[in-house]
Write a protein that binds this ligand. Structure first.
Ligand code: KIV
Length: 271
């Protein structure tokens, strides 16, 4: 029985004020949602990284809203104490504020308690429109995977001075824009630690880093990386377990036992 209190959106702001760090991790289905909830994570992100982790794409661009609704529904069904954040996929909010609101309503009806979208200055109107219908929004700036083609791949952002998309001063503007539009928190991905720390000190909303160093109010990682199920060797990824090797060896033993006739044995057969 999970006795801890349900995490709510206002908790995130309170925790920033009190200095309590926020843990966020991805999950795309009910089983893993229950596992990460039992481990005590604060926030579950039903990320569009599902496109790479589960669907086998090389980036997140092909993921569509129907798929995110499906995965959000599966995670929400787990009834977690962790806050559930649903990711708005590419093409579900960029066309207009109305589209952004409609897509956010779809994720909310599927069980998301907050939605996340990528971008700064250019998505401020969408964030404001979504928050006007009382759906909490989490921003996402820096290395925004849906900008894969503009960035020329998954590249660290904020290393050059200037106001071009992805440059240092622009990232500060993006952070302010997201905050002023009403976001309840912002993910900062793939930027130098010193810049993420500066943004964290300058904005009034919680920052959640990934590949952004230790100066943010919280951290997020992709679950399959944390468990060592993926083979990711990215600098900012840490495998806290090696479930890939365990899985391969378990299935190898099963294959061997089927081949030798040792499986199923008498204990696992009906009389
Ligand atoms: O989709 C995702 O998993 C994300 C995190 C990496 C922040 O956006």
């Amino acid at each position: 029985m999970n006795e801890r209190k349900k995490v709510t959106v206002p908790d995130l702001g309170r925790w920033r004020e009190s200095g309590r760090r926020i843990s966020m991790i991805t999950a795309y289905d009910a089983m893993f949602a229950r596992i990460v909830d039992e481990a005590g994570v604060d926030v579950i992100l039903v990320g569009d990284s599902v496109g790479m982790v589960v669907q086998g794409h090389s980036n997140t661009i092909p993921v569509d809203l129907g798929e995110m609704v499906y995965h959000t529904r599966n995670v929400a069904r787990a009834g977690t104490k962790a806050l559930v954040v649903g990711d708005l996929p590419f093409g579900s909010y960029q066309a207009s504020s109305q589209q952004a609101v409609e897509s956010s309503i779809a994720l909310t009806k599927a069980g998301a308690e907050c939605v996340k979208l990528e971008g700064g200055v250019h998505v401020a109107d969408a964030i404001a429109a979504i928050t006007r219908v009382d759906i909490p929004v989490m921003g996402h700036i820096g290395l925004t995977p849906q900008s894969f083609h503009r960035m020329g791949g998954h590249k660290v952002q904020g290393r050059v001075e200037g106001y071009e998309a992805g440059s240092r001063n622009r990232l500060l503007e993006d952070a302010y824009a997201v905050e002023q539009a009403g976001a309840c928190a912002v993910v900062i991905e793939g930027v130098p630690m010193e810049l993420a720390t500066e943004i964290t000190m300058k904005v009034g909303i919680p920052t959640i880093g990934i590949g952004a160093g230790n100066g943010c109010n919280g951290q997020v990682l992709v679950l399959h990386d944390v468990l060592g199920l993926s083979e990711s060797k990215l600098k900012f990824v840490k495998h806290y377990a090696d479930l890939r090797s365990s899985a391969v060896s378990a299935v190898q033993r099963y294959v061997d036992e089927v081949g030798s006739g040792a499986w199923p044995d008498a204990d696992h057969s009906f009389k």
